[in-house]
Design a protein around this ligand. Structure first.
Ligand code: CU
Length: 134
């Protein structure tokens, strides 16, 4: 079970990188952004991104159970790498316990977007934040 989980995590990570490499033109600088999901917080809580910059968001779940990052307005206002589209579903990315999910995207519209974990009561325990795009 544990081995299967690790392989699944590696597969997700590899596919994300491979699709980014095939779609993005040569010379595109992809800036990694690490976001840790824990019980019950996002670290960092407030992200600052630039529109037009390509980012690889790496969501790492260090909590004791599953979490997600829900930011439907932000994801709707970003160009998501087609190969990573499956990672974003319903405006959110689910991240199982111990997993890391990556998504490569480019914010295209400035604004301040909310992010939250939609698992039961997690937001009320403090699992909220913001993504500011300038
Ligand atoms: Cu959560």
């Amino acid at each position: 079970m544990r081995t299967a989980l690790i392989i699944a995590t590696l597969a997700v990570t590899f596919c994300g990188n491979a699709s980014a490499a095939t779609r993005l033109s040569v010379g595109t600088r992809v800036q990694p952004v690490d976001i840790v999901l824990s019980d019950f917080a996002f670290t960092p809580q407030n992200l600052r991104l630039h529109h037009g910059q390509v980012y690889q968001l790496r969501l790492m779940n260090r909590g004791s159970g599953a979490h997600n990052l829900a930011a439907p307005e932000f994801f709707a206002a970003a160009q998501i790498n087609p190969g990573d589209g499956a990672a974003v579903s319903g405006g959110r990315i689910e991240v199982g316990k111990g997993e890391t999910r990556t998504v490569t995207l480019t914010p295209v519209a400035a604004g301040r977007y909310g992010m939250t974990c939609t698992h039961f009561l997690h937001a009320s325990f403090g699992m909220t934040g913001s993504i500011t795009v300038d």
